[in-house]
Design a protein around this ligand. Sequence first.
Ligand code: PRP
Length: 213
Amino acid sequence: MDMISVALPKGRLGEKVYARFKDAGYPCPAIEAENRKLIFENPEAGVRYFWVKPSDVAIYVERGAADIGVAGKDILLEYEPDVYELADLGLGRCRMCVAAKEDFRDRTDRVLRVATKFPRIAGRYYAGRSRDIDIIHLNGSIEIAPILGLSDVIVDIVETGKTLLENHLEPKAVIVPISARLIANKVGYKFKYDAITELCRRVAGRPEQGGPL
Ligand code: PRP
């Protein structure tokens, strides 16, 4: 049996993803016992897992360091890695939104200042609306930007909406729904086709839909 290497996103989403893989027949007892190690393998189940930063999963998969991985649709839309998107796992559901202060009114005669971790998603969204924007590329705590007057709006992920609420911001538009996707390296997918399609079928919880989406 082919051994499949899997890049898992470290953190809360990763825990849920691993649980899904385990229930699907790809357990790895060592992963549950150790908490600082980053690579685990279970030859009987034919899997090797790596914990990587969520935003790096697609890089490992694109370059073939992992055969498959689980990445948020936000990362796939932002970086457009050259990988196959095999399935929507339905985990980590949230929305990419435009948000601003409750009293914000857009002044279309001015360039809109947009703070975000996702400059390409934001750029495409406003280009589609022929709106001139000035992108302020931040790495986290985006919600602070409009409060301090650094930006007019933010483009960011909203899950429960709590972070916005507690910072007196509100969602103004939903750009796209987000969830975790199973992705595969294009070469690995061909060479390990049987093992990967079987894993996809079991992990995604529905019949294989005839190849990459
Ligand atoms: C994300 C996102 C929001 C928050 C939304 O941040 O950027 O800040 O989660 O979640 P909520 O709607 O449930 O409040 P993350 O935790 O990834 O940290 P970050 O500030 O480093 O982006």
